[in-house]
Design a protein around this ligand. Structure first.
Ligand code: SF4
Length: 485
């Protein structure tokens, strides 16, 4: 059997050329940004793009070589270009091999904070009504272990999940027992405000290799304003909790997330410095999400996508300067986007993938046994919208949940690969479908992208990252490092 294809399969085509799929957008009077089907970018002038589309390129004219190297043209009889693109696409999409790796258990909806932008509509009273029962947790675990992923992550959510620490202990122990029997690796994360952290909880987390994920919105006055609690000491408790957890569990076992409110907009440098001061290795600059109390209290509408982008751009500048001063520190969302832009590594992050991560990326078991396609989906349900409620732990199994018409419809309806606007967008390869966001803001899982603040932010972030890489080799070197390229 021949081990190699015939020589002509590799020969450079000299006459018959064919275009490969690409998208483009005008970036100036004469300039276009062009991306091939795996998202490699190239800049072309108007004259060049017209020549390319008419296939008026010939070996030696420079444009032919650039277009060929960028996988924009191929010989019509040649297969190697398509094979290479197919291979790269397969690698980029291989996150689909791990189906539903994330399972979130809302162990209680109770919380001792009363944040006006709370996205889950926490409750302060009625333990019996708003805590998950052991029977519900057990059934949720059965479903989680039915998913085909070889490794699953169980994330405890609330409310404040540490208010139902007893149930967390029970779930961890039952999951470990199942993990041993079914040979499925299991990791644990608790998403907590850390206000109730004590030595017993820390010891349990250490013994069971549990990660902690918390919230830190910035300096004391800003954090405490965003996150009211009795005593007005949310910041003090979060900061001491982060320090204690880093000491007890290790510096990489606790992470923090910030949420941008209107009050944060002018203070991005101070917010970043707060993270730096705590020894954290980066920050995730996050806009508010359109769910729960964030909508009820009108927090979500207090700033525009453009004002958030301005906040992000100033923040990224600050983060790059910190790196230039010798401290490695990153902005995590930019890192994710850059990894997509500069490498073919699969990124399964729920907002940066198409097919969307709802259901096939994560399932959420609510305190009352309802099962949702995403955390945002259960947040919507707390304000009366059950569009992403897939079923109930007592009535469904993994298969009936992920093959439900509701989920299949929402995923297929929102694919960026064929959605209006997205399918011709120069950033499509690096973006994601976000059906829950578009359902919440526009009443439609697909969404009208020119009116979408998610789309505006995605385009703004990617254009800004490309601009930095074009204009500053020093900054570009740092951005490339974040992507590991
Ligand atoms: S959401 Fe916007 S940025 Fe993303 S692919 Fe669609 S059109 Fe492009």
């Amino acid at each position: 059997m021949a081990r190699f294809l015939a020589a002509e399969a590799f020969s450079s085509p000299s006459e018959e050329l064919a275009l490969l799929p690409f998208n483009f957008e005008r970036t100036g009077t004469e300039q276009f940004l062009v991306s091939n089907m795996v998202g490699d970018f190239i800049r072309l002038t108007e004259d060049e793009i017209n020549k390319l589309i008419d296939l008026k390129v010939t070996p030696g004219d420079g444009l032919y070589e650039r277009a060929y190297a960028a996988h924009l043209i191929t010989g019509s009889r040649q297969k190697s270009q398509q094979q290479l693109l197919a291979l790269r696409l397969r690698s980029r999409m291989s996150f689909l091999r791990e189906v539903t790796p994330l399972h979130m258990f809302v162990v209680t909806l109770r919380c001792e904070h009363s944040c006006p932008y709370c996205q889950v509509s926490r409750q302060s009273t009625d333990r019996s009504r708003f805590d998950m029962s052991e029977a519900t947790a057990q059934r949720g675990l059965d479903i989680a272990f039915e998913s085909k992923s070889s490794r699953i992550k169980i994330e405890f959510q609330g409310g404040e999940p540490l208010l139902n620490f007893g149930l967390i202990k029970m779930i961890v122990s039952a999951a470990q027992a199942k993990s041993a029997v079914l040979s499925k690796k299991v990791d644990f994360v608790v998403a907590t405000n850390l206000a109730l952290l004590d030595d017993t909880i820390l010891a349990f987390c250490k013994a069971n290799e549990i990660l902690l994920s918390t919230s830190l919105d910035g300096p004391a006055d800003l954090h405490n304003k965003n996150r009211p609690r009795p005593g007005g000491n949310s910041y003090e408790l979060a900061v001491s909790g982060i320090r204690r957890a880093r000491e007890a569990l290790g510096p990489d076992r606790v992470g923090a997330l910030m949420t941008t409110t209107e009050a944060s907009l002018g203070r991005v440098d101070e917010i970043i410095d707060e993270y730096l001061k705590l020894g954290l290795d980066g920050i995730f600059l996050r806009p508010l999400s359109p769910f729960g109390f964030a909508i009820k209290t009108k927090q979500y509408h207090r700033y525009t996508a453009e004002s958030w982008l301005d906040f992000y751009r100033r923040g990224l500048r600050r983060v790059l300067d910190i790196n230039h001063q010798g401290t490695p520190f990153r902005e995590f969302y930019s890192s994710l986007v850059l990894t997509r832009m500069l490498t073919d590594r699969p990124i399964g992050y729920v907002d940066l993938r198409s097919p969307a991560g709802i259901g096939i990326g994560a399932l959420v078991y609510n305190y009352d046994g309802g099962v949702f396609a995403s955390d945002e989906g259960r947040m919507l349900a707390e304000t009366g919208d059950n569009a992403f409620r897939l079923g109930h732990v007592d009535e469904d199994n993994y298969r009936s949940l992920v093959l439900s018409d509701k989920l299949v419809d929402a995923i297929s309806m929102s694919l960026t690969q064929c959605a209006p606007e997205c399918s011709t967008c120069v950033f499509e390869s690096h973006c994601g479908a976000n059906p829950v966001h578009h359902h919440a803001t526009q009443g439609d899982a697909l969404g009208i992208k020119p009116l979408s603040d998610f789309c505006a932010r995605q385009k703004g972030i990617m254009r800004h990252l490309l601009r930095i890489m074009d204009e500053s080799p020093r900054d570009a070197a740092i951005l490339r490092r974040w992507a590991g390229s």
